[in-house]
Write a protein that binds this ligand. Structure first.
Ligand SMILES: Cc1cc2nc3c(=O)[nH]c(=O)nc-3n(C[C@H](O)[C@H](O)[C@H](O)COP(=O)(O)O)c2cc1C
Length: 410
């Protein structure tokens, strides 16, 4: 299928001897043989390339280009299908803004295209080209947060030892996972993740419970999370627990129960954050709203979990503003490679900045994901990269350490 792929990237600063002319010459021959057109724009620091050709061929070629050390921060912006090519099958063309003016580059690109000016003005591909050409400043993204400048150093978490097995006659256990602020070297909070007494997943634990007892059990288990926090001595750190929003509505006196348990276990309400998921909130929002008010009045914090994975997305924030918003792991995964994901996260950051809502990126597994998100302005992170959930305690935390010279990979 005829495919159009657009990506942007940055010239590798350590690449002194880049000869664009020879790169283009070789690429032109290869592309012609593969029935691919590669329009390459360069502004002295950044590249924008439009590749047109058969889908499987482009996929393989893009894999090679992405790992080419002559550039870095390769981000896919668009992948689309169409009935005809926008450009003649010219193999490869370079448009260098260091050599030619914006105006002449724009008209040359148009000359090689099959679209007339009017159609090009409405075309998404040409809009990418136009904004690249007319952009004032080349990007200097991630100068500090380059993945090769960071390595992770493990450290024991400043809490008591893990306890053995479930406390007393509890029906479940909890694994704790820190949410950290890497550049401050600070633990922001601990999330308590429910596990069965055999260590099994939350899904397995809840599937064994009668449906009509679900909300009661859900609420009751929070007491065990607070008990664990007390046992391992979380001091003045915060503890976050997940709660089905309808547990607050369906179990009489739910907020009072939570408050009692918080105080019994030597915690302050301000140390506790209740995490609810976006999807669950939407289904029973009106009833849930009154329970939220009670939690707020008691001083307990509220976070929206898995933000972006449901249907309401940003519009949810018009009705309810939590203290904290956790961006769903699906959006965060491989964000350094995806233009659409980056655009979405930038809009979430801007929205939360205006509303003074703290943001957490969860599910971080790669240093590249953290580097992109940190340079975009996110400060709090949770994920296997930094620390795995640990049953009945807190595991080692792997803190990023900076070096002005790139670390050599092991
Ligand atoms: C910005 C940039 C654009 C590139 N565009 C192409 C291209 O359109 N076609 C191509 O064959 N190689 C292109 N290359 C070179 C490839 O990354 C790679 O060197 C080439 O496909 C040869 O790979 P191989 O030696 O593994 O076969 C480009 C490299 C860079 C840095």
């Amino acid at each position: 299928m005829l495919t159009t792929l657009i990506y942007k990237s940055q010239l590798n600063p350590s690449c002194q001897s880049l000869s664009l002319i020879s790169l283009v010459e070789k690429a032109r021959q290869r592309n012609s043989a593969l029935d691919v057109t590669g329009i390459l724009l360069f502004n002295g620091a950044d590249f924008l390339q439009i590749l047109e050709g058969p889908e499987e061929v482009l996929e393989k070629l893009f894999c090679k280009i992405r790992s080419d050390k002559r550039h870095h921060s390769v981000v896919e912006l668009m992948r689309d299908y169409g009935p005809r090519r926008r450009f003649e099958n010219v193999g490869m063309l370079l448009f260098d803004l260091l050599v030619d003016s914006q105006k002449s580059v724009l008209s040359s690109v148009l000359r090689y295209s099959k679209l007339d000016y009017y159609l090009a003005a409405q075309d998404r591909v040409f809009k990418f080209i136009q904004s690249f050409i007319t952009r004032e400043q080349p990007t200097r993204d991630g100068a500090v947060f380059l993945p090769e400048r960071w390595k992770l150093a493990p450290e024991h978490a400043p809490f008591g030892k893990c306890i053995n097995g479930p406390i007393d006659n509890q029906v479940c256990q909890f694994a704790l996972q820190p949410i950290i602020e890497p550049t401050e070297g600070k633990i922001s909070s601990l999330e308590a993740l429910i596990r069965g007494n055999d260590g099994g997943s939350p899904e397995r634990f809840f599937s064994a419970i009668d449906q009509d007892k679900m909300y009661e059990v859900d609420l009751q288990t929070k007491a065990y999370a607070f008990a664990l926090a007390e046992k391992i001595g979380i001091g003045d750190h915060k503890i976050a627990v997940n709660l089905l929003p309808m547990s607050l509505v369906n179990v009489p006196g739910a907020v009072d129960f939570l408050m009692d348990q918080i105080l019994i276990h030597g915690l302050q309400p301000e140390q506790v954050v209740i995490e609810v998921t976006e999807n669950e909130m939407i289904s029973g929002f009106n009833q849930f709203n009154s329970a939220i008010k009670q939690l707020r009045a008691a001083g307990i914090g509220l976070a929206i979990d898995d933000f972006g994975s449901g249907y309401a997305g940003l519009s949810l924030l018009t009705r309810f503003q939590p203290d904290k918003l956790k961006i769903d792991r699906e959006i965060v995964s491989d964000i350094h490679l995806s233009g659409p994901k980056q655009a979405i996260v930038k809009s979430i950051i801007s929205c939360c900045t205006d509303l003074e809502i703290a943001l957490v990126a969860e599910g971080i597994e790669k240093i590249e994901e953290w580097c992109w998100l940190e340079s975009a302005g996110i400060k709090r992170f949770q994920g296997f990269l930094f620390s795995r959930p640990k049953l009945n305690g807190v595991g080692e935390i792997h803190w990023p350490q900076f070096s002005s010279a790139p670390f050599l990979s092991d």
